[in-house]
Design a protein around this ligand. Structure first.
Ligand code: CA
Length: 250
């Protein structure tokens, strides 16, 4: 076995013992959106920073990456609490989130993450179901997906902010992803780039693959519980055959 095979082997046995499963029988791949399918996180981080500063709230671009995946209200309240020791007024939250969405829309259309399109094609060619699981609730979301990932995610295989009550790190979005795919936790994997998203995938009992596409230290993703880590979507795509073989035959 080469190094990569040993790492895979260990990751799978650790997952199986932690979750008291006897095997993974891969049928679906649950993809996060921002920072996984789209190279959109720098625009989100920038929009958060700009709008929060406008309201006297201090959130650096790097910290925005740490909170990636939380609902807008949760992100705003973390900063508001730090500065004022209480939750922000719901009207202020609504206002800031609306401004943040406007600011984001001023940026160019996000590009597909390098390697993501090719990976999705490989997943489909293996007969696996791709499912989208995002905390985003932007109105342009469906349009952008249909344009950049045609014939990939139909509405029946999509979990967005409109479908869930709790955001990540709560497992709910990924549990709902399993329901939409019609599979059990050990019949899917999660592909995530954010620590909070990794926590949600792990809490849902799903083998969670982290791709470090942003500026955070990889340790943050491993500490969040990632079962496997790749430095980019391209790296996951390049190693897909090996990952898939292992997850089909353990
Ligand atoms: Ca993400």
């Amino acid at each position: 076995m080469n190094m990569q095979e040993i790492i895979l082997e260990e990751a799978v046995s650790r997952y199986l013992s932690q979750h008291r499963q006897t095997g993974i029988h891969l049928k679906a791949v649950l993809f996060d959106m921002d920072g996984v399918l789209f190279d959109s996180m720098p625009y989100h981080a920038d929009s958060w920073h700009t709008v929060m500063e406008r309201h006297g709230l201090h959130l650096s671009r790097e910290e925005a990456f740490l909170h990636e995946g939380r609902t807008g209200a949760a992100t705003i309240n973390i900063v508001y609490h730090r500065q004022y020791g209480k939750d922000a007024d719901p009207e202020l939250i609504r206002q800031i989130y609306a401004e943040k969405s406007e600011e984001f829309a001023r940026h160019p259309e996000p590009e597909r993450m390098s390697g993501a399109w090719e990976l999705v094609q490989k997943v489909k060619a293996c007969g696996l179901t791709p499912v989208l699981v995002t905390g985003s609730g932007q109105a342009t979301l469906l349009e952008r997906l249909a344009h950049s990932y045609p014939d990939t995610f139909d509405r029946a295989h999509m979990v967005t902010a409109f479908d869930v009550k709790f955001g990540k790190p709560n497992p709910e979005p990924y549990l709902m992803g399993l329901v939409k795919a019609g599979v059990a936790a050990n019949e899917a994997i999660v592909v995530e780039n954010a620590p909070i998203g990794v926590q949600a995938g792990v809490a849902a009992g799903i083998f969670t693959v982290a791709v470090n596409t942003g500026p955070l230290d990889s340790k943050v993703l491993l500490d969040a519980g990632a079962n496997l880590l790749f430095p980019s979507m391209q790296a996951l795509c390049d190693n897909w055959e090996q990952v898939n073989d292992k997850l089909l035959s353990n």
